[in-house]
Design a protein around this ligand. Structure first.
Ligand code: AMP
Ligand code: MG
Length: 485
C-alpha cells in the first residue's frame, strides 16, 4: 500500500515552486529587463490567497498550503531569475525616461489550463535599478486595496489582473498619503502581461527598432495568436488593440470605475486593466470625479478616461511606426469612438436588464438614465442594485409600479425626470418578447449589491488598524464573490 504524500509533509514539493514556469520574456534576451533579487522581510503573514485562480494553474487549492504561498511569494525561495522590466512612459502627459519596475519584478510566467500565458508580477518586493530613491515597498493598505479592486472588477466583468497573494511583511513605511508609520506588504499580481505601452516607448527612445520588432512579434505570438501567419498581422494587431482598449474603458465606465493613473506605463499591451493605486468607484454619477489627490487638473477624471485612453493609443503610434504603416494605425484609431460607444451601450443596457442592442429607444433610455443619475445624484451603484431588487414582471402592466418604493428623487423637476424614465422603461418592457422578458431578472442580477466605494474600504481597514481584525476584509471579499447570486 502506498501512502499519499500530504501537503503537510515537509518533503512534499511546493506546488507553487514546481509549476511549469516558461521563460517566455526571458527568451527575448536581456535588453528588456534587469535581473534582480527579492528583499528579505522580517515577517511573513499571509493575508490573502486567491484560491479561485489556482485551478487555472492546474492546482487544487487543497493541495496548496498557506506556507507554500509564504515560501514562494513572501520568502521567494527559488533561484528563478526575477526580472525588473524596463519601460518608460508618459506620466500626466510628460515623457519620463526614468521609469521601470521600481518595486516589483516579473516573478515568472505560467501557461494556464486554458492555454494562455500568464504573468506573476510582484509589487512591494524591494528595490531595483529603477527605484529612483523609492523604498521598493508596498503599504499593507495598498495591498488590501489592490486585492479588492482586482476581485471587484473581475466580478463586474472587467478584463483585469487579479492578486494571487498578499503577504504582510512586518516593516514600517512612511508615506505622505497614509498615517505613518504604516504597515507593509508584498503582493503577487496575476495578469496577462506586464508589457506596457511604455515598454515600446522606451525602445523608440533608445532607437532600437530591432527590439521593437522582436517584442511586437512576441506580443502577437503570445497575446494575439489569431493574427499569426496573416500578411498584415502588424496592422491587425494595432486594430485589435484599439478595440480591446475601447472595450476596456467602456467596462470601466459602465462599472463606475475611475482608474486614477492612466499613464502609458499603466496601459497593458494586451488591453487588460491593471495597477490599482488611488483608484475609486464613483459614488454618484459625476463626470468630473477624480480619484487621485495629486491629479490637480482632473486629467484622469471619470469622464476623461475614454479620451485619455485614445490619446495613449495615439502616443503608441510613433514607436510602432517603425513596423506598422502610420496610415493603417490612424485608420484603426479612427474607430476607437465607435467601438467605445457600442460597448458602453451594450453594457449599460445589460445593467438595465436588456441583452439586445436593438431594443427600441435604446439610446434614449441610456441617455435618460444618465440624466436621472446625474440630476438626482442618487448613488450610481445603489440605483442599479435597487433596480435589481425591486424589479417585478408586473412592471410591464403599469408604469406607476416601476420604482414605486424608491426614494431617489426630491425636487419636482426630478419627479418629472423619474416619470419620464418610468414611462420609457415601461415602453421598453412592453416591446420585449416573453422570452426576453424572462431574461430581465437574470440580467439585473449582474448588478452588484456590494461595491467597494471608499467608505466601504475604510470600514474594513479600520478594524485591521485598530485590532488587527481581518474578518471584515474577508467578509467583504465573500460579498464581492457572491454579488451576482
Ligand atoms: P505607479 O504609480 O505605481 O504606476 O508607479 C510609477 C513608477 O514609480 C513605477 O516605475 C514604479 O515602479 C515606481 N514606484 C512607485 N512606488 C515606488 C516605491 N515605493 N519604490 C520604488 N519605486 C516605486
Ligand atoms: Mg505602474
Amino acid at each position: 500500500m502506498t501512502i499519499a504524500a500530504t501537503p503537510k509533509n515537509q518533503n512534499f514539493p511546493n506546488p507553487l515552486l514546481t509549476l511549469n514556469y516558461e521563460p517566455a520574456l526571458q527568451a527575448l534576451g536581456d535588453d528588456y529587463y534587469d535581473e534582480v533579487a527579492a528583499a528579505e522581510f522580517p515577517k511573513h503573514i499571509l493575508r490573502f490567497r486567491n484560491d479561485q485562480l489556482l485551478p487555472l494553474l492546474g492546482l487544487n487549492p487543497e493541495a496548496v498550503t498557506d506556507n507554500h504561498f509564504i515560501e514562494a511569494f513572501g520568502k521567494f525561495q527559488e533561484r528563478r531569475p526575477f526580472l525588473a522590466l524596463r519601460y518608460h512612459g508618459y506620466q500626466f502627459g510628460e515623457y519620463n525616461p526614468l521609469l521601470g519596475d521600481g518595486r516589483g519584478f516579473l516573478y515568472g510566467q505560467v501557461r494556464g489550463t486554458d492555454g494562455e500565458l500568464y504573468d506573476f508580477g510582484t509589487k512591494g518586493s524591494g528595490g531595483t535599478p529603477y527605484s529612483r530613491g523609492g523604498d521598493g515597498s508596498l503599504t499593507l493598505k495598498g495591498g488590501v486595496r489592490e486585492v479588492l479592486a482586482g476581485e471587484m472588477l473581475h466580478q463586474m466583468g472587467v478584463r483585469t489582473s487579479r492578486c494571487l497573494s498578499m503577504i504582510e511583511t512586518g516593516q514600517s513605511l512612511w508615506r505622505g498619503d497614509e498615517p505613518s508609520p504604516t504597515r507593509s506588504s508584498v503582493m503577487v499580481r496575476f495578469s496577462r502581461s506586464h508589457i506596457r505601452f511604455g515598454t515600446f516607448e522606451r525602445l523608440q527612445y533608445i532607437g532600437r527598432k530591432d527590439l521593437i520588432q522582436k517584442l511586437l512579434d512576441h506580443v502577437i505570438g503570445q497575446y494575439y495568436p489569431a493574427l499569426q501567419g496573416k500578411a498584415d498581422k502588424y496592422a491587425l494587431f494595432y486594430t485589435e488593440l484599439v478595440q480591446r482598449v475601447a472595450e476596456l474603458v467602456a467596462q470601466w465606465m459602465a462599472a463606475g470605475f475611475c482608474h486614477a493613473v492612466l499613464n502609458t506605463d499603466n496601459m497593458s499591451i494586451t488591453g487588460e486593466s491593471f495597477d490599482y493605486g488611488p483608484y475609486a468607484f464613483i459614488p454618484t454619477y459625476n463626470p468630473q470625479f477624480t480619484a487621485a489627490y495629486f491629479d490637480y487638473y482632473g486629467r484622469y477624471s471619470y469622464e476623461n478616461q475614454p479620451g485619455i485612453c485614445r490619446l495613449n493609443l495615439e502616443m503608441l503610434q510613433p514607436p510602432l511606426a517603425a513596423i506598422i504603416p502610420s496610415a493603417d494605425m490612424e485608420a484603426a484609431l479612427a474607430n476607437f469612438e465607435a467601438h467605445y460607444l457600442l460597448s458602453y451601450k451594450q453594457l449599460m443596457l445589460n445593467k438595465l436588464g436588456f441583452d439586445r442592442l436593438e431594443i427600441p429607444e435604446a439610446d434614449k433610455l441610456i441617455y435618460l438614465t444618465i440624466q436621472l443619475l446625474n440630476d438626482t445624484q442618487v448613488g450610481y451603484h445603489e440605483f442599479f442594485a435597487e433596480l435589481r431588487q425591486q424589479f417585478s414582471s408586473n412592471w410591464r402592466e403599469d408604469a406607476d409600479r416601476i420604482f414605486s418604493s424608491a426614494s431617489i428623487v426630491q425636487s419636482s423637476e426630478q419627479v418629472d425626470l423619474l416619470d419620464n424614465w418610468r414611462n420609457l422603461y415601461h415602453r421598453v418592457l412592453n416591446s420585449l418578447s416573453p422570452e426576453e422578458m424572462d431574461k430581465v431578472e437574470g440580467m439585473l442580477r449582474r448588478n452588484p449589491k456590494t461595491v467597494i466605494l471608499r467608505p466601504v474600504i475604510e470600514a474594513i481597514w479600520e478594524p485591521i488598524v485598530q485590532d488587527d481584525n481581518w474578518q471584515p476584509f474577508y467578509d467583504l471579499l465573500k460579498q464581492i464573490h457572491t454579488n451576482s447570486l
